[in-house]
Design a protein around this ligand. Structure first.
Ligand code: MSP
Length: 666
């Protein structure tokens, strides 16, 4: 294998702070498709994924559960329904899985930290600044947006402590030159400008140690410090190859990475801090970093704290792994954000997979069996439509390869489906059922069926990178060995005859209305169950209340400060407000919450005219699970706080307009 035929692709390493959701599967499935495609092109591929297991958040979660942090992450990574099980279910063909708690990773990180310290790129000082706990990021005052974390908009707190710093600032010019000399380094192009602007506003040194987070890799020469999680996490890309440890021996072969695939919010760490660390270590730089967009749900990034996560295990169980892989890879323009909805998923499954692909295979196989006992070979008798079909199918491999090189994954699938649609049209044009009625057209009919089998064979070889369960099923029905699903066979006519075997439908068609009704009913049942459970938990206390007291003021059971801390209350500005036509009680609000627009429905129409509330600053509970209302016509993303007195008078809580949207109640 020649030197340039190696390909090193990485996903971000995931925080095992909770079970992964379908948004996490998006990155991994995209990397998997690319890794499979490259392997089939003959590259020696190293596909790395793993988990990023240190930091305050994990430490807190473990403490909540009363287990050690290692026990906590072991369960989420290795346990039932955990990270590794999910990747197995989703057919993710990673070559290596790194955990940042692996001894070899810890050993290498400590060597890296020590080397950078000894050569003067890391120095000891005092940290004074602002720390965002959820993002585990330090910010200077000038980087804050309205006093909040510029990444997530949440509160930061002031911190002052002894700490080690990495001289990121020293590398500012070299980073800018790197981007200029290597236009492909940051992709998509639009994101590069954000990084340039970030550096030009003044690149600060990075605080790279903490004394207050014990769950981290100890700084070897000063063990009251642990390493900043991002230094630990980013290093995984080289430690997993054996840099600084003897557990692996792949560094020389695979470094530098061909591509780091990351979500857009962590692009900065990968295109500033990481290359600066590599420059300091005098190591080659990755060839490119691609920042993809997010999978959105109800208008927001899927996230556990918003409560809008979709469980990939449930989806795969209901629709099959390849249907979910196909949706993720096809529906979302790679690089941009895309929406997850049940409707879009079902529509993709029905139109592309069941209709276009599934029907083409079942019709072709059925006709081969019916008219030729299952075996067809080319004959010299062509139809007027053959050339066009052959041209489109033959052009497909090169077009798909080009799209994959440019990371245009949905377009690559589109090329394959263009050929599949062309083949379906070819059936309509040649009307094999009519040819079958005329004995003199037998050769023509056989040729038509051979052309269809050949089109399906070529499509199956390419689809094997994207739909690894489906392509072998196609091969089986076409009477091919799975080994024939090989890029070397991607030429028209490479298979000289087919003996087909009818099998099950690849993707059974879904009855959309029935399915949506069933999903809605399941959702309602889940919510009712949760509400009943919540009520049951409160019931004994309510009964204990003396009747006269209950009639006056409603008291809820006592809670701890931690219970209260779970409630995220934010100031919002009312952008629009109108009555909901179908309801006497509801007002429909468009609000700005400091980060984005939200829709909330509130049952206060009896007390307020919509125009009285426009422009006002109100308070909402921001982390309530989004709730479909009015038969799913609207989704309410939170609750507006009001106060109701004993006479039933209701007043919406308004705050001064000097309190900016996004400000959090604490
Ligand atoms: N641990 C860091 C990465 C360190 S890499 C050296 C991290 N972990 S994460 O679990 O929070 O996110 C992992 C990846 O999943 C990120 O690239 C992130 O963008 C991606 N996604 C998380 N939610 C997502 C969506 N809703 N949609 C698309 N990708 C999403 O960040």
């Amino acid at each position: 294998m020649s030197e340039n035929k190696r390909y090193y692709i990485t996903t971000p390493i995931y925080y095992p702070s909770d079970k992964l959701h379908i948004g996490h599967s998006y990155t991994t499935v995209a990397c998997d498709a690319l890794a499979r495609f490259k392997r089939m092109q003959g590259y020696d591929v190293m596909f790395l994924t793993g988990t990023d297991e240190h930091g305050q958040k994990i430490q807190d979660k473990a403490a909540d559960k009363g287990v050690t942090p290692k026990e906590y992450v072991d369960n989420i990574v290795e346990g039932e329904g955990g990270v590794k099980a999910l990747w197995k279910l989703m057919n993710v063909s990673y070559d290596r899985f790194i955990r940042t708690t692996d001894d070899c990773h810890i050993e290498s990180c400590q060597k890296i930290f020590t080397k950078l310290y000894e050569q003067g790129d890391i120095y000891k000082s005092v940290y004074k600044g602002h720390y965002c706990k959820p993002c585990e990021s330090f910010w200077t005052a000038s980087q804050l947006v309205d006093g909040k974390c510029p990444d997530c908009g949440r509160d930061v707190y002031e911190a002052e402590e002894e700490a080690y710093f990495f001289k990121t600032g020293k590398y500012a010019d070299r980073l800018l030159k790197l981007y200029e000399d290597n236009p492909q380094f940051i992709q998509p192009e639009s994101r590069k400008n954000e990084m340039i602007a970030f550096i030009k506003q003044g690149l600060q040194d990075t605080c790279v140690s903490r004394t207050t987070v014990p769950w981290g890799i100890p700084v070897p020469f000063d063990t009251k410090h642990t390493m900043y999680v991002w230094v630990d996490a980013l290093s995984n890309y080289v430690t997993a190859l054996g840099y600084g440890n003897s557990a692996y021996n792949d560094y020389d072969k695979f470094w530098p990475a061909s591509i780091h695939m990351v979500g857009k919010e962590i692009l900065r760490f990968h295109t500033i801090l990481w290359p600066a660390m590599l420059m300091a270590l005098d190591l080659p730089l990755p060839e490119r970093v691609f920042g993809h967009g997010w999978l959105l749900m109800n208008g927001g990034k899927m996230s556990k704290s918003i409560g809008n996560v979709v469980d990939p295990i449930i989806l795969c169980g209901r629709y099959g792994v390849d249907a979910i892989r196909y949706f993720l890879l096809r529906e979302i323009p790679f690089g941009n954000d895309g929406m997850f909805t049940n409707e879009a998923l079902i529509s993709r499954i029905n139109s592309d997979l069941a209709n276009d692909l599934g029907n083409l295979l079942s019709r072709t196989v059925a006709m081969c069996e019916k008219y030729f006992g299952g075996t067809v070979a080319p004959t010299a008798t062509a139809t007027d439509f053959d050339d066009d079909l052959k041209a489109i199918v033959s052009a497909m491999p090169e077009l798909v390869a080009k799209d994959m090189d440019e990371l245009l994954i949905p377009q690559a699938l589109q090329e394959i489906f263009k050929a599949i649609q062309r083949a379906n049209k070819y059936i309509d044009e040649t009307a094999p059922w009519a040819l079958a009625k005329d004995e003199s057209k037998k050769d023509e009919l056989q040729n038509v069926l051979y052309n269809l089998c050949e089109s399906l064979r070529m499509a199956a070889i390419l689809l094997n990178a994207f739909l690894p369960n489906t392509a072998p099923k196609m091969a089986e029905q076409l009477g091919m060995d799975a080994a024939e699903l090989d890029f070397a066979n991607l030429t028209w006519g490479a298979k000289t005859s087919f003996t087909v075997h009818k099998g099950e439908a690849l993707f059974p068609r879904i009855d959309v209305n029935k399915e949506l009704a069933e999903l809605a009913a399941q959702d309602a049942a889940r919510k009712a169950e949760a509400e009943a459970a919540a009520k049951a938990a409160e019931a004994p206390k309510a009964e204990e209340k003396p009747a006269e007291e209950a009639a006056e003021l409603e008291h809820l059971p006592e809670i701890t400060i931690d219970d209260f801390a779970k409630c995220e209350m934010r100031v919002v500005k009312v952008l629009e407000c109108e009555r909901v036509k179908e309801s006497k009680k509801l007002l429909l609000f468009k609000l700005f919450d400091g980060e984005r627009e939200r829709t909330i429905l509130s049952g206060i129409a009896k007390w307020y005219a919509p125009e009285d509330l426009i422009g006002k600053h109100l308070v909402i509970v921001a982390n309530l699970a989004p709730r479909p209302m009015m038969k799913g016509k609207y989704v309410s993303e939170g609750m507006i706080l009001s106060a109701e007195d004993n006479e039933g008078n209701l007043t919406v809580l308004q705050v001064s307009e000097s309190i900016k949207p996004g400000a959090q109640l604490c």
